[in-house]
Design a protein around this ligand. Structure first.
Ligand code: C5P
Length: 429
C-alpha cells in the first residue's frame, strides 16, 4: 500500500444477514463512521426482517442495496463494482446460512453474489444459536472458509436471544471495529489468489475447531507475540540471504492463539500466507526490522519466536547491483552476526511471562535443544527435526523441552501442533 493510499478514508461494504443480532449492525455502522471510514450496506431479505433499510441508510448516509434486480443500481453502479470498490467486506451478522452459501459459492441474491464476485478480503462476524455453531456442518464450513482466506471471527459466549447459553453471540461492535482496523492496518486486503494458499493443509486452523466450546476464549485479555517466517538480508538491490522457512507453523500458532481469544501480534518475515483471523500482522524483511517490531509490540504475556531469523547479514548493502568481475574472482561477501531477538527478549526488562523459542535441529535434538534453552534464557524450546521436509512443509515432529522435562509429539500437521501448543500455553499463563 502506498503512503497516499494509507491516508485515504477506508471504505467498508457491510453485508447484513438475517439474525436477531442484525440490530447490532446499526451500532457497528455508527462506530465505523466515527472512526472516519465510509460504509455502504447490503441487506439480505431475511436481514430486512430485523432491521430496516431506512435505519441503515440514515446511519450510513449511503444508499442501502437489497436486491440484484434493481435496474437503477445496475445502471449507476453494477454489483461487481459494488463488490470491488470496498477496502474490506464485512459480513455482520454472518448467519449459519450465509456462511454455508459462501462455502458452496451459491450466488442467489445480492449479498451472496457480491461475496462470490469480490476480490477484497472478507471478514465475517458470525452470530447464531449455540447448537448451530457447534454443528459439524458449521464447523466444517468455518474451517473451509478459513482455508479459502476468509477471516472468521470467533463468536462471543453468553446468554442467547433464544434462551440458551454458549458460544454463538455476535462479538460486540467495538470488537468488530478493532478487527476491521487490524485488517486495514494489516496492509493487503485484497484476497489471496495463490492456489497454494487455499490448499487444504496450509490454513492456520486446518481441520477441527481449536477449542471445545466450554473452553471458549480462554486467552481473552492476554497479548501473545509471535514471530514467523524467514528473514531476508539484502546484499544488493536484487540479491539477499534467505532460508526455506514457509511461516506456516508460526502463522498457525498465531491463528490458534487468536481463536482462543488472545490479542495476537504476528511479526512476519517475507511469506505469502493470508493473515489468520483476529491477528494483527506486522510485515518485516530483515532481522533488524524484526527485532525492532518485536520490541515495539511489548509488553506481552507470552512470546513465541518461531521465525527462522538469519544468523548473519551482509555487513554492507551495495546501493547498485554487484557486477561479475572479468577476472572470475567472486565478489567478497562479508557477514555480520544478527542480534539474537529471543535472547534479547529473555533479558529485556519487559520480558514476557512465558518465552518460547523454536529450534531447527537435524541431530541430537533434545540435547541441542536443552543447551539452547539455557543459552537463550527462554522457558521452553520447541525443537523440530528438520532432517526431512519439515522446513517449508505442512507437518512437524516436535520435542517440547522445558526445565521440567521433555515431551515428544508424534508427526502432526502444523495446525495441530499449533492447537496443542496453544492448549499448553493456556495451562501456563
Ligand atoms: O539459534 P537458533 O537460530 O537455532 O535459535 C532458534 C530460536 O531463536 C528461534 O526461536 C528463533 O526465532 C530465535 N532467534 C532469534 N534471533 C536470532 C536467531 C534466532 O530470535 N537472531
Amino acid at each position: 500500500m502506498s503512503p497516499a493510499d494509507k491516508n485515504k478514508p477506508k471504505h467498508i461494504l457491510l453485508i447484513i444477514g438475517g439474525g436477531i443480532a442484525a440490530y447490532k449492525a446499526s451500532e457497528l455502522i455508527r462506530l465505523i463512521k466515527k472512526a472516519g471510514m465510509t460504509v455502504r450496506c447490503v441487506l439480505t431479505e431475511s436481514g430486512a426482517q430485523f432491521v430496516t433499510p431506512m435505519t441503515l441508510a440514515a446511519l450510513s448516509e449511503n444508499e442501502v442495496h437489497t436486491t440484484l434486480w434493481s435496474l437503477k443500481d445496475e445502471t449507476e453502479m453494477g454489483h461487481i463494482q459494488l463488490s470491488r470498490e470496498a477496502d474490506l467486506v464485512v459480513v455482520c451478522p454472518a448467519t449459519a446460512n450465509l456462511l454455508a452459501k459462501m462455502v458452496a459459492g451459491i450466488a442467489d441474491d445480492l449479498a451472496t453474489t457480491l461475496l462470490l464476485a469480490t476480490d477484497t478480503q472478507v471478514l465475517a462476524a458470525p452470530a447464531m444459536n449455540v447448537r448451530m455453531w457447534d454443528h459439524p456442518a458449521t464447523r466444517r464450513n468455518i474451517d473451509q472458509l478459513r482455508r479459502d482466506g476468509v477471516s472468521v471471527m470467533s463468536p462471543d459466549q453468553g446468554d442467547m436471544a433464544c434462551g440458551e447459553y454458549g458460544p454463538g453471540r455476535l462479538p460486540e461492535p467495538p470488537e468488530i471495529l478493532e478487527e476491521i482496523r487490524n485488517h486495514l492496518d494489516g496492509a493487503n486486503t485484497k484476497k489471496p489468489i495463490s492456489a497454494s494458499m487455499s490448499k487444504p493443509g496450509t490454513s492456520p486452523l486446518d481441520g477441527q475447531p481449536a477449542f471445545a466450546p466450554d473452553q471458549h476464549r480462554p486467552l481473552h485479555g492476554k497479548h501473545i507475540l509471535v514471530t514467523a517466517g524467514p528473514t531476508h538480508e539484502p546484499i544488493d538491490p536484487v540479491r539477499y540471504i534467505a532460508n526455506r522457512s514457509s511461516g506456516r507453523q508460526g502463522f498457525a500458532i498465531a491463528g490458534a492463539a487468536a481463536e482462543a481469544g488472545a490479542k495476537v501480534t504476528l511479526v512476519a518475515g517475507p511469506v505469502s500466507l493470508p493473515t489468520p483471523a483476529g491477528v494483527m500482522r506486522i510485515d518485516v524483511e530483515t532481522a533488524l526490522e524484526m527485532g525492532t517490531a518485536v520490541h515495539d509490540a511489548l509488553p506481552a504475556d507470552a512470546a513465541i519466536m518461531v521465525a527462522a531469523v538469519a544468523d548473519w547479514r551482509a555487513d554492507t548493502r551495495a546501493d547498485q547491483k554487484i557486477k561479475k568481475q572479468d577476472d572470475g574472482v567472486p565478489a567478497p561477501l562479508n557477514l555480520t552476526e544478527n542480534p539474537d531477538i529471543l535472547a534479547g527478549l529473555a533479558s529485556h526488562e519487559q520480558r514476557p511471562g512465558l518465552l518460547i523459542g523454536f529450534a531447527a535441529e537435524t541431530q541430537k535434538i533434545e540435547e541441542h535443544a536443552r543447551a539452547k534453552l539455557a543459552k537463550k534464557g527462554c522457558d521452553w524450546i520447541i525443537a523440530n527435526d528438520v532432517s526431512g521436509d519439515v522446513m517449508g512443509g505442512t507437518e512437524n515432529t516436535v520435542h517440547i523441552v522445558t526445565t521440567d522435562g521433555t515431551e515428544i509429539w508424534e508427526r502432526l500437521p502444523k495446525p495441530e501442533v499449533a492447537r496443542r501448543l496453544v492448549a499448553k500455553i493456556i495451562e501456563e499463563i
